[in-house]
Design a protein around this ligand. Structure first.
Ligand code: DGJ
Length: 742
């Protein structure tokens, strides 16, 4: 691996032998992007983009040639006001009201490894030789402000990370209105845009569209990431498929308001940008202060969507997720939420956990409703002490009783919120997040705590520690159930324009403190399902509640979209009751189990009221899952039939272990057809030379046969010991275990 620098040409080439990323300095001033993609030999990194005298274009201050226009050049970090009329990466408001920033290249530094981003989640190296970092310095030509663009290339991953630091060396404050984490211009325009839009209950669908001239924006203005958009997009060649072709992924390691700009300009250059949303952002940078942007993760694959996913899964697993549970098999959970909602008693929990232990469940999670006076969602957020009317024997005794049954104990919190009906609000109404002198809007009858205020953070940490120090807790579900409005702070010390970002920094500070103080706890993040499923949260909490929608068919889509960018070990997925509470659809326990066990398996229903037949199926699912969960959670995941490309009527995926001796294939069918055409499915990722046994049958096939010729999913010969594999009918699923025999 090396970062090649040509001092004379002032060009930079980041390469790990698999990918190359090149840019250079032009006119001693501007950073011009040259190339990113499959590794190429060092061509000195200089842009070969032809220069033209374009009508209406301007040449910048230090260039006389009319054919040199920033509007028609691929740039690395464009700013405001001197001839590039596209989206900027940086905008200031200076004391004199001006917003023009002219930057000039001012040198570089290279070092082995990768430094931590202070106060922000980030990808990391385990050893210095796993990555190399380039820092590029730019200076403001008028104010004494210095900009550091940081690029890290990883040795074993086709990944480059980028972020920016702004330091005010001057003696007057400067306002930052916008500073993105990355910007780059491709010097060609034949791309499709892939994004993961959605809403509550239908998070992260895969949507692919051709890119036309103009600005396309994916963003959040909700204080948090939200269900609607992921801080991610990908650009692909129009011919790229699941397994072949170029794809470029962009992902922000951030849990707040973000902005992704994809702009196809008039001359066919495609600008890709990612960073904090500038909409609610105005930061005062005082003399001597530094502003640090979040980190953007840039991924390239020539192996299509699957190629991108596999890089991202391994990269996040090994260089983002941390702690004791990073590689630990995740427990089978029973969560009481859909089984009881708020309406539970100690006896009910006792009965549920008795039954759960018999079924093979390993961890019981007591969800919302155990604290303050919380019997509906209108009260008590902020009062993190147990409701003794509901749980008379105390939380500690309850947890100990559950643990005596051989189960672990998990508890739900929503620590970023406050209810007006709470003791906390009575004592501290000024801790409610809202802009000064504005009226506050309610969401789910609750409000957000102003984590930009240090006293608020201190109180919440204290309350949580009080419980964690006294109750034997193995797992925490950290929920967040509304969007921010009237963003600002009631504290006179905090500028409203900084609150959106400061609240996220406050959350990260608390998460760092709690997760490092209680390293044995398995932390799961949640936001009304998957409203804050982002790399920032994954840095602190190794798994996320994927969606509140537990309908098996909906989950095929949600989990397919999620699998594009997140590792399987991060995806919590539960079997719930039917008719499904979100959709009213009835599907078999077989398909609900097969879908849920394609992530971190759990159950979310009243196990005391289900039939013996259902209990037997659940027992089989749990024991099968325990046997195969390391393959599922930590193996290589391949989408074989992409749900969205198959008209949302089919999906198939495959888990393969690293040495390719084991595979687990799932095929799902939503609606059946009369007299259907037979379906041959070609597998991937197996060892072509190896001979595999199919389930426990006598059927054997070579890897090359399974991959090139494929298998008929309707083949009854594969249906051995596993009941209910028949694909005839609606909402059916097939599970095939491949075991190498030779
Ligand atoms: C939203 C979560 O996504 C649900 O699983 C549940 O925990 C509720 N909140 C509880 O209020």
């Amino acid at each position: 691996m090396s970062i090649l620098i040509n001092e004379q040409q002032q060009s930079f080439h980041l390469t790990n032998g698999s990918i190359s990323y090149q840019f250079s300095v032009e006119k001693d001033t501007f950073l011009i992007h040259n190339y990113w993609g499959k590794a190429i030999q060092d061509n000195e990194g200089i842009s070969d983009y032809p220069r033209h005298d374009r009508s209406h274009s301007t040449n910048p201050f230090n260039v006389e040639a009319r054919e040199y226009s920033l509007n028609d050049l691929p740039q690395e970090f464009p700013t405001n006001g001197y001839g590039d009329f596209r989206e900027t990466a940086l905008e200031h408001r200076y004391p004199d009201g001006s917003f023009i920033t002219q930057l000039k290249y001012d040198g570089y530094e290279v070092y082995e490894g990768k430094k931590a981003l202070e106060g922000l989640p980030h990808t990391y190296v385990n050893k210095e030789d796993e990555a190399e970092t380039l820092e590029i310095y730019l200076i403001d030509m008028l104010y004494d402000v210095i900009y550091t663009l940081t690029y890290t290339i990883f040795q074993n991953y086709d990944v480059i990370t980028r972020h920016v630091r702004v330091k005010n060396n001057g003696n007057q404050s400067v306002e930052i209105n916008k500073v993105l984490s990355m910007s780059l211009d491709f010097d060609y325009s034949q791309f499709d845009l892939i994004q993961l839009p959605g809403s509550w209950g239908r998070e992260r669908s895969i949507v692919r569209t051709p890119i036309t001239q103009g600005l396309h924006r994916i963003d959040s203005k909700r204080g948090t990431v939200g269900h609607e958009y992921q801080p991610f997009f990908a650009l692909t060649d129009p011919t790229t498929t699941e397994h072949h072709g170029d794809i470029y992924g962009f992902h922000l390691v951030y849990s707040g308001e973000f902005m992704a700009n994809i702009e196809l300009g008039e001359f066919g250059l495609l600008r890709a940008q990612l960073g904090i949303n500038s909409e609610h952002f105005n930061w005062e940078l005082s003399p001597g202060e530094t502003f640090q942007t979040p980190e953007a993760v840039l991924t390239y694959s020539s192996k299509g969507l699957n190629g991108l996913s596999q890089i991202k899964h391994r990269f996040y697993q090994n260089h983002l997720i941390r702690g004791k549970h990073q590689y630990e098999e995740r427990p089978v959970v029973l969560n009481n939420w859909e089984g009881t909602y708020f309406n539970f008693t100690e006896e009910k929990i006792d009965e549920m956990t008795d039954e759960a232990a018999k079924l093979g469940v390993e961890l019981f999670v007591l969800d919302d409703g155990w604290f303050g006076e919380r019997n509906t969602d209108t009260t008590s957020l902020g009062d993190w002490f147990v409701n003794r009317d509901k749980l008379p024997s105390s939380l500690k005794t309850l947890a100990e009783n559950i643990k005596a049954k051989g189960l672990k104990f998990g508890l739900w919190f929503e620590p970023e919120m406050i209810s007006k009906q709470s003791q906390l609000y009575k004592q501290h109404p000024d801790w409610l997040l809202k802009a000064k002198d504005r009226k506050e809007s309610a969401g789910r009858d609750q409000y957000i705590l102003d984590y930009s205020q240090p006293a608020v953070r201190k109180n919440i940490v204290k309350q949580l520690k009080n419980i964690l120090d006294n109750v034997p807790i193995d797992y925490i579900k950290w929920d967040y159930n509304r969007n921010m409005t009237e963003i600002g702070s009631q504290s006179a010390d905090i500028r409203d324009g900084e609150v959106s970002h400061r609240v996220v920094l406050g959350l990260y500070e608390i998460l760092e403190e709690l997760t490092s103080s209680y390293p044995n706890i398995l932390w799961e993040s949640c936001s009304g399902g998957g409203g804050r499923y982002d790399p920032g949260m994954l840095y602190y909490m190794p798994q996320t509640w994927t969606s509140d929608n537990t309908d098996a068919v909906s989950r095929l889509g949600i989990q397919t979209g999620t699998s594009l960018i997140f590792p399987v070990s991060s995806m919590a997925s539960h079997v719930s009751d039917v008719p499904n509470h979100q959709l009213n659809r009835t599907t078999s326990l077989k398909i609900r189990g097969d879908v849920a066990m394609s992530g971190n398996l759990g159950y979310e229903l009243d196990v005391t009221t289900i039939s013996d037949e259902e209990k037997a199926i659940m027992k089989e699912q749990i024991s099968f899952y325990k046997e195969h969960r390391s393959l599922i959670q930590y193996g290589n995941f391949y989408r074989i039939i992409n749900f969205y490309e198959a008209s949302c009527n089919e999906a198939a995926w495959l888990f393969v272990n690293d040495n390719q001796s084991e595979g687990l294939f799932y095929y799902f069918k939503v609606l059946d057809r009369t007299n259907p055409m037979l379906k041959r499915v070609k597998l991937v990722g197996l060892n072509p030379q190896a001979l595999y046994r199919i389930n426990q049958t006598d059927e054997v096939r070579y890897g090359d046969e399974l991959m090139n010729k494929g298998i008929f999913v309707e083949n009854k010969q594969y249906y051995d010991e596993i009941s209910d594999q028949d694909l005839h009918g609606d909402f059916r699923s097939l599970r095939i275990k491949l075991t190498q025999v030779k």
